[in-house]
Design a protein. Structure first.
Ligand code: KIV
Ligand code: ZN
Length: 390
């Protein structure tokens, strides 16, 4: 494993909460934040204090309850927002102010109604103001994925000079594609003269289903912070999923040459907690945390895994917090998997003929339902043993 550290910035409590229908109470946010701390997330973005008194109180409560992670609050590039974050994160052992301002032509023209020069000026002013409260300041040029390269370089160079220590490049609308986004990060790092004075971070949305791929392309280009959420929650189609980014860099360390400090065995429990708090179900085939992520149904796969797990598993289920992988007995399962499950259940099969009998009954039942459970097998075995000649 390489020692090169990738910083994990979790924004489940801020961007994740922006998923329509996903708001959380203060107590729920503190519970999730404590779990993220236990998982060794480096930075927890706990909310947007200027958004509401409730959001302010939640960020403050998280800052009081969590001492092992840096607690961050989001602020528009405005003095009042920055003051609210500074106040909310005061109790934190380590705090960060994250301020943002849009830099794409469409946002500057249609949303901000500002000229590019005014945007540069306001971004610099906001960063300088934030530095009066903390030396840990992150700046995001919102909609960087659709911003003009030269202008982006200009803004970033100036905010680094003004004291920004992390530069986060958001693909706010999930518009970029991996080779393009990776190339953008590499060119920014190469072209901005003071780029070595800040950590480059990425924040990718999933509108085209590319948030994780884009984040990973950026890591290959030198980004050393990834912003992500548990289960990929977030505005519209969501953000990059923490569990996927973390396990991709760990499993393919040979490619990424960096790793996070995350205790991956807490990934599944954290995913479950976030799902139960928000009521957002995790789809069964979701990578890493879906119920089927380590389940095998086909006979060929089951046979392979029973002989050697590495035939069809690239990670250990236990390493991400499952108790074990799962052999699901269904109509595609073979004799080997059935025999192994019968033995686990302590059912003695005395002869090949008896196994054939149980197998035939098992297949008949499997055609009628999605999964054959252990209770079904006990009944089948019992019946086969009672009626050996059938
Ligand atoms: O998607 C985005 O651009 C954001 C910023 C505030 C970082 O969430
Ligand atoms: Zn976002």
């Amino acid at each position: 494993m390489s020692d090169d550290r990738l910083i994990v910035f979790d924004t489940t409590l801020r961007d994740g909460e922006q998923s329509p229908g996903c708001s959380m109470t203060l107590e729920e946010k503190v519970r999730i934040a404590k779990m993220l701390e236990k998982m060794r997330v480096d930075v927890i973005e706990a909310g947007f204090p200027a958004a509401s008194p409730g959001d302010f109180a939640s960020v403050q409560a998280v800052a009081k309850a969590v001492q092992g992670s840096t607690i961050c609050g989001l602020a528009r590039a405005m003095e009042r927002d920055i003051e609210r974050v500074a106040e909310a994160i005061k109790p934190a052992a380590s705090g960060r102010i994250h301020t943002f301002l849009a830099t794409s032509p469409i946002h500057m023209r249609d949303k901000l109604r500002m000229e590019p020069d005014q945007v540069v000026e306001q971004a610099v002013k906001a960063v300088k103001y934030a530095r009066q409260f903390t030396d840990n300041v992150e700046f995001s040029p919102e909609d960087a994925g659709r911003s003009e390269f030269d202008f982006l370089c200009r803004v970033i160079e100036k905010v680094i000079d003004a004291g920004a220590t992390t530069i986060n490049i958001p693909d706010t609308v999930g518009y970029t594609i991996p080779f393009q986004f990776g190339d953008l990060i590499a060119r920014l790092i190469d072209n901005i003269p003071n780029s070595d004075k800040a950590v480059f971070s990425v924040h990718c949305h999933n509108d085209l289903g590319l948030a994780v791929s884009n984040s990973l392309a950026a890591v290959l280009s030198g980004a050393r912070q990834v912003e992500c959420t548990i289960n990929g929650l977030g505005e519209r189609a969501g953000n990059a999923a923490l569990e996927e980014v973390v396990m991709a860099v760990r499993t393919r360390n040979d490619v990424f040459n960096c790793d996070t400090n995350i205790d991956s065995t807490l990934i599944v429990p954290t995913s479950r907690l976030v799902s139960s708090v928000t009521g957002f179900m995790v789809q069964p085939n979701k990578a890493i945390v879906g119920a089927n992520a380590f389940a095998h149904e086909s006979g060929i796969h089951q046979d392979g895994v029973l002989k050697s797990r590495e035939t069809y598993e690239i990670m250990r289920a236990q390493d991400v917090g499952w108790s074990d992988n799962k052999i699901v007995l269904g109509k595609h399962s073979g004799r080997n998997a059935l025999k192994s499950r019968l033995s686990e259940l302590g059912i003695d099969v005395e002869s090949e003929a008896e196994l054939n009998e149980i197998f035939a009954r098992f297949k008949d039942l499997a055609d009628l339902k999605h999964e054959v459970f252990d209770e079904d097998l006990r009944v089948i075995a019992n019946e086969s043993q009672l009626e050996p000649d059938q």
